[in-house]
Design a protein around this ligand. Structure first.
Ligand code: G6Q
Length: 543
């Protein structure tokens, strides 16, 4: 029986009915210990979920999903390297990429750790050679710019982490990311670069993705036009599971970094897909990033359900999406360095659990992944927060902030923290008509104006939020944070009975464009297309 069909699920529906009638203000007023009761800490990471619309009873019932969804069984299958990605027949072992102990991690009866460590060693040698200037371009110039060409899982993770850890970057190396098929992305990136000092990392698990192959071919042409064919081997390296295709492209197999089919694209930042990140921050920092993630792995695998951070975070999504009816969740890092985190999490969460078909092939029977969206604070406050405050929709918010600044300019960080905590507080409390009136009276606003403005100055509040407080944004804590969300995704897959590790929607996209390409290139007629698609193509061709 799935968790959704369990008695616990029915009990939760009863709790939710009561929760809809309660206001967070009252829950706080009734329990001065609410923060203590509804917060968890692990390895310096504080998860405050006291501003969620949860009672202790509802939380205890939710925690029962640990057993209903057989989390212990699924964790055991994950760790044993079973093919839990059953639609693709693959194991899910990205945690092996950051494994720190001596225990073997088996895949088809073989320990994967020796090959994991060999690639890490290859990355270390390459990073050191590039940083020291031992690895140079074909003309003998030192490499100063690295351009990663990849898309989706081969782009979002390292790009997000490179920006997140900007305070830790090796000063003389600039890392750029090109993903979009739109030539504007590659052209604008290359416009300021010198071919003699540029290294390309072609990152693609399959080495067949249309966008990446097109961008790689254009980058290759740019380099060859400037430096000749022989320069390719000093200016191109690859990261892939498909080494024959890498060789066909003309990249020296010695300069190819491997990973394996048990690493899903959106979980691959820990593998050699993280090479541009390691080139940006240095291998030692990259390894601290792995160690942070490994600490979160150990916590998730071992902590009891009521102390378990990823499990708790997953329960909040279940509660809000399945029982309180929230269709979306806002991801609001108060950190310019974490600006790309919402985008990264969009892929991690929505590509993993944005699915209807359960493992059985039947309908999941409940809403699954909420729509995730967001933006760095405080920018979002001056844009869309209005709707969260007064738009009338239930929008759970995830605030994320570091206690210490990564770029400590005097006067900035205190204000950033004040804004972050003030938003959570305001969304929780709201402002009643009496409070709005009292404020205006204190400011000597005339009664007629008060009466006119009052409806607009009322804030309903009761908008749930979670705050994740990091001690500081460094490689270790970023590793922890990302692994926290990965395990949350895994947990939700168990509760919703989904395979979180396939992506048929992505595959569909890869298939669709290939059908229209010959028509757009004018090689085939538009026969058989609907009138809109045919009309759009005809209009383009006419121009
Ligand atoms: C990730 C997805 C998808 C994938 C890209 C790039 O989980 O499968 O985003 O990463 O489509 O694929 P390649 O790495 O094979 O080019």
């Amino acid at each position: 029986m799935t968790a959704v069909a369990s008695k616990t699920w029915q009990t939760l529906a009863g709790h939710a009915k009561r929760a809809r009638a309660e206001h967070l203000r009252d829950l706080f007023a009734a329990d001065p210990q609410r923060f203590r009761r509804f917060s968890l800490e692990h390895g310096g990471l504080l998860l405050d979920f006291s501003k969620q619309r949860l009672t202790a009873e509802a939380l205890a019932t939710l925690q029962g999903l640990w057993w209903e969804a057989d989390l212990p069984g699924w964790i055991a299958r994950l760790r044993a390297g079973e093919a839990i990605n059953h639609t693709e027949g693959r194991a899910v072992l990205h945690h092996a990429l950051r494994h720190q102990g001596t225990r073997p991690i088996l895949h088809n009866g073989l320990d994967v750790m020796p090959q994991v460590r060999a690639v890490l060693e290859q990355m270390r040698r390459f990073c050191n050679a590039l940083h020291s200037g031992e690895w140079r371009g074909a003309t003998g110039e030192q490499i100063l710019d690295v351009v990663n060409i990849g898309i989706g899982g081969s782009d979002l993770g390292p790009k997000m982490a490179t920006q997140a850890l900007a305070a830790h970057r090796i000063p003389h190396i600039r890392v750029h990311y090109v993903s979009n098929l739109d030539g504007a992305h590659l052209a604008t990136t290359l416009s300021g670069l010198s071919p003699r000092a540029t290294l390309f990392v072609i990152a693609s698990k399959t080495f067949t993705t249309q966008e990446t192959m097109q961008n790689a071919a254009s980058a290759r042409r740019w380099l060859v036009e400037a430096l000749g064919e022989a320069a390719v081997r000093r200016h191109f390296v690859a990261v892939s599971t498909n080494l024959p295709e890498v060789t066909m492209f003309g990249i020296d197999p010695d300069n190819a970094f491997a990973f394996w089919d048990w690493v899903g694209g959106r979980f691959s930042v820990w593998s050699a897909i993280g090479l541009p990140l390691a080139l940006s921050i240095g291998m030692e920092n990259f390894e601290r990033f792995l160690v942070g993630a490994a600490a979160m792995d150990a916590h998730f695998f071992e902590a009891a359900p009521d102390r378990n951070l990823p499990f708790t975070l997953a329960l909040l999504d279940v509660w809000n999406a399945d029982f309180l009816g929230a269709e979306s969740r806002a991801s609001l890092p108060y950190s310019q360095s974490l600006e790309l985190l919402p985008r990264y999490l969009q892929q991690l969460e929505m590509e993993s659990n944005g699915k209807r078909a359960a493992r059985s092939g039947r309908d999941a029977g409940c809403p699954t992944s909420p729509i995730l969206w967001g933006e760095a604070g405080t920018n979002g406050q001056h844009a869309f927060y209005q709707l969260i405050h007064q738009g009338g929709r239930l929008i759970p918010c995830d605030f994320m902030v570091a206690a210490e600044a990564d770029f400590p300019l005097p006067g900035h960080h205190e204000k950033l923290l004040a804004n972050c905590f003030a938003q959570g507080e305001a969304l929780m409390r709201g402002k009643t008509a009496d409070e709005a009136r009292a404020e205006m009276e204190a400011a000597h606003v005339p009664e007629a104006v008060i009466a006119r403005l009052l409806p607009y100055k009322v804030f309903p509040g009761n908008q749930p939020s979670t705050t994740l407080l990091l001690p500081r944004l460094d490689p270790y804590h970023l590793g922890q944070l990302i692994a926290l969300f990965e395990h949350k995704v895994f947990t939700l897959g168990c509760i919703w009975d989904l395979n979180s590790y396939d992506q048929w929607g992505v595959e569909y996209g890869k298939q669709l464009a290939n059908r229209l390409l010959p028509i757009i290139e004018g090689r085939t007629a538009t026969n058989g297309l609907d009138s809109s698609t045919a009309g759009l193509i005809a209009a383009c061709l006419k121009q």
